[in-house]
Ligand binder design. Structure first.
Ligand code: AHM
Length: 346
């Protein structure tokens, strides 16, 4: 059969895909669908800026120090504002919480309130911006727990199990939007000529592990269990054939590669910074949204003791150890920690 050269029926745009996904939820009102569109649009806007970052003289630092005590890069500020401005006025959200800000952002009085809460890391891996390395955006969407009225901070402190949808946008050699709404994980690649995200990776399932990804520079500061686990991944002791090491230092990129190629990423608790005894990554903005993706792709995410998705944040900026990727490998670290680290300490 000769294919019709202008037959576009096999091209699935993100819009069409998300709409079809809505059919899984007979009572859906379309609001969640629209939030996902809004985020895809934000991804396009941020991607256009990241690819012109040098030209636009946006590289460099602002004077501000964010809640994490880090210098805020200009691109972080841009990504943060892009996401909040594209989502705060639509009547779909009741509030937003960003890794860049100490407090959550209620919906301004002049706009209608919705029933969803958005949590996001606007520009993950921002320390890589100056070196032309990949960066990303991570998001999670919860339903608010209160009915009406002003949102309180406690409404944001929900365990990842309550996520309605989550995803990330990877700004790499191409821009990809990957999300789950609880029916598998789907990946879209931005066609810069068409200006649209097109379905390129339907129903992603994590294949057998090829890589492990960790900042080995901190090995000295890890617990016995984590050190032994690392040797296990390297094939010492013969438990498995050693895996290859890949580490970019941008969680989205390291996670994305391992999701597609198979592997485990971890950022353990360590003793290098007494201020951060539970590791660096944030539960609400980073660990939980990616944990939902991992589980939907047949993988698993743990804090070393149990599922990340079961941990209730104690504050907006709660930090956690994170082990994420192939289920068997993540379960293995729980075993090492249980056996070798007294009281299974984090
Ligand atoms: P950021 O939010 O300041 O970008 O920090 C988060 C990043 C993650 O993307 C990455 O996995 C980790 O920090 C890398 O940390 P390190 O440089 O300590 O290995």
């Amino acid at each position: 059969m000769v294919r019709d050269p202008v037959d576009n029926s096999s091209i699935i745009t993100i819009e069409r895909h998300i709409l079809e996904e809505q059919a899984f939820h007979p009572k859906a009102t379309g609001v969640l669908t629209n939030i996902l569109y809004d985020l895809a649009l934000a991804g396009k806007v941020i991607a256009s800026k990241t690819s012109r970052a040098g030209l636009a003289e946006i590289l460099g630092r602002t004077e501000d120090i964010n809640i994490q005590g880090e210098t805020v890069m200009k691109l972080d500020r841009f990504a943060d504002l892009t996401i909040s401005r594209l989502t705060d006025h639509t009547g779909r959200l009741a509030g937003l919480a960003s890794e860049e800000n100490a407090e959550f952002m209620p919906i301004p009085d002049k706009y209608p309130m919705g029933k969803y809460l958005l949590v996001f890391d606007p520009l993950d891996g921002s320390s890589n911006v100056d070196y032309n390395m990949p960066i990303g955006t991570i998001f999670g969407i919860y339903k608010r727990t209160g009915e009406d009225g002003p949102v309180s901070v406690s409404e944001f402190l929900q365990p990842g199990r309550k996520l309605v949808a989550s995803g990330y946008i990877a700004y790499g050699t191409s821009t990809m939007f990957v999300y789950t709404a609880g029916h598998g994980v789907h990946g879209f690649t931005l066609d810069p000529h068409v200006g649209e995200f097109l379905l390129s990776h339907p129903d992603i399932k994590i294949p057998p592990a090829k890589y492990f990804s960790v900042n080995l520079g901190y090995q000295l500061y890890w617990s016995k269990g984590v050190q032994a686990y690392t040797e296990y991944l390297q094939g010492r002791g013969g438990g498995i054939k050693g895996l290859s090491l890949r580490y970019i230092g941008t969680l989205v990129s390291d996670f994305h590669r391992n999701l597609l190629a198979g592997g485990v990423f971890y950022y353990p608790a360590d003793s290098k910074d007494p201020q951060l005894p539970t590791g660096k990554l944030r539960l609400l903005y980073e660990a939980a949204p990616l944990a939902f993706i991992a589980e939907q792709a047949g993988g698993y995410a743990s804090d070393g003791l149990g599922p990340i998705l079961d941990v209730k944040p104690s504050s907006l900026h709660h930090r956690t150890p994170l082990y994420i990727g192939n289920k068997d490998l993540v379960e293995k670290v729980e075993e090492f920690i249980r056996d070798l680290d007294s009281s299974g300490s984090l």
